[in-house]
Design a protein around this ligand. Structure first.
Ligand code: F6P
Ligand code: MG
Length: 289
């Protein structure tokens, strides 16, 4: 696919997700119960997870130039177009366990120019929708991160060059503390002991990473005892998040290399995820060495 064609497909994917977001938000009402099913990672699905996945699958797979749709909520990819098109990977409702308590959630997407599973170096664009007090979209493409407010009818650009603030303020770390490695725990204690830092953890990766993007800092869902690959999925969460944070001037690591360099084995692979200001990620890699 030529650069111009790829640009047109990215535009359509982004526009489709932006237009679907207010509808997804509205459709959460009445779909907060469990669906009596599990996703391929063994997590209980909410009715809203299944519904949002079907809605996005229908719309994104019918875009001319999209050849694959894949999601955290379904085992197999949908092959929907000629080889050589772009592949879209989504986490339709990131943090959907927050439905019960009515807290922040999001939709995460990555647009790859290779069949999935693919490394993050194949991403041509990435982004997320954040269902907070208002609905916003962050989009990374062509080396720039933009932020939009989605009003329902329009997508209003509110920041045309988002970058991580230089001085880190917030931190959030997932997983149970007894399951952290000694090295990771020692690093966390150091971060916590700095009076310039404060804790933010809301149980939805998108909400927590958006705090880092807004205020500077670090978010991690690390390797755990019993789960050495952590919890988050490389194709649907790790790669798009790492691509967006790196494009905004920050760093990502799986512990020893950028998440974008991690070679996937399977579509639903997990990855230990750490993203944030360069200096904090460098210190983390040193601590985990
Ligand atoms: O998608 C997985 C996810 O919901 C992330 O959004 C979030 O960061 C994490 O799980 C929360 O996990 P836990 O409930 O273990 O804190
Ligand atoms: Mg998720």
């Amino acid at each position: 696919m030529t650069g111009r064609d790829a640009g047109r497909v990215v535009d359509e994917v982004v526009e489709t997700i932006a237009e679907s977001a207010p509808e997804i938000r509205q459709g959460l009402v009445g779909r907060r119960e469990d669906a009596d099913a599990e996703n391929p990672s063994g997590e209980t699905q909410a009715e809203a997870d299944v519904w949002a996945d079907e809605l996005l699958a229908d719309r994104l797979s019918s875009i001319d130039g999209v050849c694959q749709y894949a999601s955290e909520e379904r085992l197999e990819t949908i092959d929907c177009g000629d080889e050589g098109g772009l592949s879209v990977g989504v986490d339709p409702l990131d943090g959907s366990s927050n439905l019960k308590s009515n807290n922040t959630m999001g939709t995460v997407f990555g647009i790859y120019d290779d069949p999935l599973p693919a490394p993050g170096t194949s991403l041509v664009a990435s982004g997320w929708v954040l269902y907070g007090p208002i609905t916003t979209m962050a989009l990374a493409r062509d080396g720039v991160v933009e932020k939009y407010e989605l009003t329902g009818d329009d997508r209003n650009l509110v920041d045309d060059d988002v970058s991580l603030p230089d001085d880190p303020l917030v931190y959030g770390f997932g997983g149970r503390v007894p399951h952290w490695s000694d090295e990771f725990e020692a690093y966390v204690r150091e971060i916590e002991s700095d009076p310039d830092h404060k804790l933010r953890y809301g149980g939805a990766m998108i909400g927590d990473v958006n705090q880092v993007l807004t205020y500077g800092g670090i978010f991690a869902y690390p390797a755990l005892e019993g789960n050495p690959r952590g919890k988050l999925r490389l194709q649907f969460e790790g790669n798009p998040i790492a691509h967006l944070v790196e494009t905004a001037g920050g760093s990502s690591t799986d512990g020893s290399q950028s998440i974008l360099e991690v070679e996937p084995d399977e579509l639903h692979d997990r990855v230990p995820l750490h993203v944030g200001n360069d200096e904090l990620i460098e210190r983390l890699e040193d601590a985990l060495e």
